[in-house]
Write a protein that binds this ligand. Structure first.
Ligand code: FES
Ligand SMILES: [Fe+2]
Length: 384
């Protein structure tokens, strides 16, 4: 077994720290070691703004969904005042989950002993507690979790001291403004459980080196005019200049839907493949936006949610459903291919004989992602 004695010793990461042309990949244990994963949860996912899809998933008061994010059960609910809030899905009596799956309700009733919580988290009813002394219901509401939105996208943060979402996102909202994300409508969500580490998947999403191999018959683009763009804040993007859309296969180009009418500047000239650190990818093309939302479930397991959205006026067209099928076909094909290769890669990288590899000039964001992770997981620890 080649796992290091101390996986946090900075000397193990010297190869990743070098400039891209000289850089190595992350050591293989970063993709399977339990201790490294626990440090990622503590220093990354418990601290950053975590992406949880779009708020149009719960359009009406009382609509909610639940999620388990890095081991934290959450309820995301739209209140009677239309505000979207997040709560720990943990009853304040003896800790049971108070909500399951998704739905609409007027209040959450804990399935264990029936405590009742309002949509704003307040404890409204607790039958059987009449004789409990000094029991102040107002102190036993569901524990809120910070939630902020940008462009209709929901983010939660477990750290009370974290910077506001817009500071975290830096100049992403400005550079991506003309996609007019507020006006997008989610048209489909699909999800997968993958036997791979979350980093493998986001790295894959942010490099084009694999396109001629993994996507040989789907996305094998000729004359690929692209580069990474300057970005301030916790994001990066590859910008590709091209005509038309990148959300249809070449063979289906005739089924295109209208362009996003607000596009201007670089977004009008092609596609942005965006990584919102640590683990979200947005594909923002000229007529639609899709996202890859990763929920780490341990070092060797990741839930992937794929969301697709189009401008409101596109979704209202009578031919939308018919044409959207071709977009879904493209996403299903390419994402299936990426899912398959993530399995293949994860099994290889967890071999006791796996060693750090070298990076190509086609993989600058794989290098960024590795260094972003090391900054937080290794950089936060006292030197050995
Ligand atoms: S654990 Fe919820 S009411 Fe008892
Ligand atoms: Fe891919």
């Amino acid at each position: 077994m080649l796992a290091a004695q101390d996986v946090f010793n900075p000397s193990h990461y010297a190869g990743c720290r070098r400039p891209l042309e000289q850089a190595e990949t992350l050591p293989p244990w970063c993709y399977y070691d339990e201790e490294f994963y626990r440090a990622e949860v503590e220093h990354i996912f418990m601290k950053v703004w975590n992406f949880l899809g779009r708020s149009d998933r719960i359009p009406n008061p009382g609509d909610y969904f639940t999620v388990n994010y890095v081991g934290v059960p959450l309820i995301i609910v739209r209140g009677k005042d239309k505000v979207v809030r997040a709560f720990s899905n943990t009853c304040r009596h003896r800790g049971a989950r108070v909500a399951e799956d998704k739905g609409n309700c007027r209040a959450f009733v804990c399935p264990y002993h029936g405590w009742v919580y309002d949509l704003d988290g307040a404890l409204k009813g607790a039958n059987g507690m009449e004789k409990a002394e000094n029991f102040d219901r107002s102190q036993y509401g569901l524990v809120p979790v910070r939630l902020e939105e940008w462009g209709g996208f929901i983010f939660v943060n477990f750290d009370a001291d974290a910077e506001p979402l817009l500071d975290y996102l830096g100049d992403a909202p400005e550079q991506l403004a003309s996609y007019d994300c507020e006006n997008l409508v989610t048209t489909r969500l699909t999800s997968f459980e993958l036997d791979c580490n979350w980093k493998l998947y986001i790295e894959n999403a942010m490099e084009e080196y694999h396109l001629p191999f993994v996507h040989k018959s789907t996305l094998n683009l000729k004359d690929f005019d692209h580069g990474i763009i300057p970005a301030e804040g916790n994001w990066d993007a590859i910008r590709e200049k091209h005509e038309g859309t990148r959300a249809l296969l070449e063979e289906d180009k005739q089924h295109g839907l209208p362009r996003i009418k607000t596009l201007e500047g670089p977004p009008a000239e092609g596609t942005h493949y965006v990584v919102l650190y640590p683990s979200t990818m947005l594909g923002m093309t000229t007529d639609s936006v899709w996202w890859l939302e990763l929920h780490p479930m341990g070092p060797n397991k990741t839930k992937l949610i794929v969301g697709t959205c189009f401008p409101k006026e596109t979704v209202e067209r009578p031919d939308f459903e018919e044409k959207a099928k071709y977009y879904y076909k493209r996403w299903d094909k390419s994402i299936g291919e990426d899912n398959d290769v993530s399995d293949i890669q994860h099994e290889g990288v967890t071999s006791p004989f796996a060693k750090p590899g070298r990076l190509s000039h086609h993989e600058p964001l794989v290098h960024h992602i590795a260094n972003w992770v090391i900054d937080r997981v290794v950089g936060n620890r006292p030197p050995a």
